[in-house]
Design a binder for this molecule. Sequence first.
Ligand code: GTP
Ligand code: MG
Length: 204
Amino acid sequence: MAFINKSAKEIQVKIVYYGPGRGGKTTNLLYVNQKMSAKFMGKMISIDTRGDKTLFFDFLPLSLGKIRGFSIRVQLYTVPGQVLYNESRKMVLKGVDGVVFVADSMEVQREANVESFLNLRDNLADDNLDLQEMPLVLQLNKRDLEGSVIPVLGEETMRDDLCQHLKAPAPVMGASALQGPGVFETLREISKITIKSVHYKLRS
Ligand SMILES: Nc1nc2c(ncn2[C@@H]2O[C@H](COP(=O)(O)OP(=O)(O)OP(=O)(O)O)[C@@H](O)[C@H]2O)c(=O)[nH]1
Ligand SMILES: [Mg+2]
């Protein structure tokens, strides 16, 4: 839930990285944690992981400077993508202000991407939130696999698979969370549209 402290001049927003299991949500946060200057970051916390599977969530708090005199604090969370852990996903989603949907470019994950996107929509609806109104960035991750032996989905196909469930298209970012391209672009975009939306909501 966005939090504005007018006397301390601080705005805090919650951004959740959502998507199918092994799609690269945790890898996004690890990359940010590795590359961002420590003075803009708190400690990254991973609650309950098994191998590279998140069982509950990861958390990374960031300070992104000031807008109109207000300090901007952004809390990044990841959900566990494995189908089994829906209750944990619902818990992590509570009070979300913006979502990065991390889709997996591997062809074998085509259905899992769509299933996870519809699961996001349903879990938001259970909390009286509407996916159509949620600040959202679609990240097409693992683009580094293009040209490798692993069959990869075309960006258009992935975009269409997801955007057919949206009334208005969302920003789409190709990325490789493992190598870095697209990670900060995604973070910048989701931060921008989330803060804009929170600001707008609080004014009206
Ligand atoms: N080639 C490639 N591998 C990636 C990329 N991003 C993540 N991976 C790999 O995919 C595997 C799963 O990544 P995670 O970040 O743990 O995936 P997750 O979405 O957090 O998975 P859950 O926690 O189970 O939901 C790891 O072995 C990563 O190294 C990428 O951009 N390219
Ligand atoms: Mg994870």
